[in-house]
Design a binder for this molecule. Sequence first.
Ligand code: NAD
Ligand code: MG
Length: 385
Amino acid sequence: MKKQIAILGSTGSIGTQALQVIDEHPDLFEAYCLTANNRVKELAEQARRYNPAAVVIANEDKYEELKSLLADLPDIKVYAGKQAIDEIVEAGPIDMVLTAMVGFAGLNPTIHAIKAHKGICLANKETLVVAGELICELAQKYHAPIIPVDSEHSAIFQSLAGEGDNEIEKILLTASGGPFRNFTKEQLATVTKADALKHPTWSMGAKITIDSATMMNKGFEVIEAKWLFGVPADKIQVLIHPQSIVHSAVQFADGAVKAQLGVPDMRLPIQYALTYPDRIHLNEDRLDLFKQPLEFFEPDLDKFRCLALAFEAIKKGGNMPCIVNAANEIVNRGFLEDKCGFTQMSDIIEKTMSRVSFSSAPDYDTYVSTDAEARRVATELLGAH
Ligand code: NAD
Ligand code: MG
């Protein structure tokens, strides 16, 4: 039986690489459903090629266009709107849901998929940043496994294979450091979006590429690791590793450190999430350890304020990571639209953190209202700049 996969965000960086994995193993996987936000033409082309049972476009204004592009393929059901995404992930035949959309929008479909007992291949880290506690509770209650796709978390997950209940003493979370690793604070103040979009080792969507340049991405990954592996933030160490070869590591009670290494290629963690616990052939470059030295440095929290703010948010807990996520989504887009400079992003996030109502025990509705309030506050601050 082929595994039936729902890919949420199939037109993006992770989504298209997931389809490449399916291409390589058509005997094992089938795309049951593909979804996108706006890009109807790409979505229609994908539908033509992969013949899924359904496609969903989140932007309802694009429904007619998608429908007409697929008019000659009546077997493919066409839907539009956020609610349609929530509903499609519950479809009976789906085995696994790959959450590869961007931002807060990932939260609700992930909750629906968990409640429908689907296996979650989690790329959308914002879901765990915003509502890690809720998601973990639900995953346990509904026996829905969450398998990480993020390369660092996949590396940790792979390092934990076979460890049973052995306690984690420390997680070593690696970071490339982004394009501005060696910049001074003064230089950071004048970098452009074109500079920030040039990631040294990974090719990814625009939002996460900017988050990598500010290192907010690494802050989010600390939060993601806390929830996925049940490890407090003070046992998660961030290491700058410019080569992106050691994808992360785990240290155990006896001092043993297990890591997963490989060339930077997201198809490996995507494929592993789909085949876990099995490993199958992947047609990618093999690691050549003679090629370059492996280096590790401490991150500079004074220079990369976003990473410091993320740590602060974890310490504070409650809805604070949700506030940071929402403010970050606003400034990230603001920076891409030339509405603020690079270093203003962390200033606005910090101010938003101090202005939005804090809740120490949020539930789903709290997350939704916090997200809305934090977006409003951050948007105001962005406009005032
Ligand atoms: P991307 O921008 O390349 O693609 C995003 C996809 O999601 C597109 O298909 C888009 O149509 C869809 N989408 C965007 N907003 C949406 C919305 N509001 N509702 C429904 N669909 C929406 O992004 P990406 O780089 O593939 O990243 C996707 C997720 O995976 C992010 O959460 C990111 O942090 C995470 N991730 C990405 C990488 C990577 O290498 N790209 C690595 C680790 C984690
Ligand atoms: Mg990562």
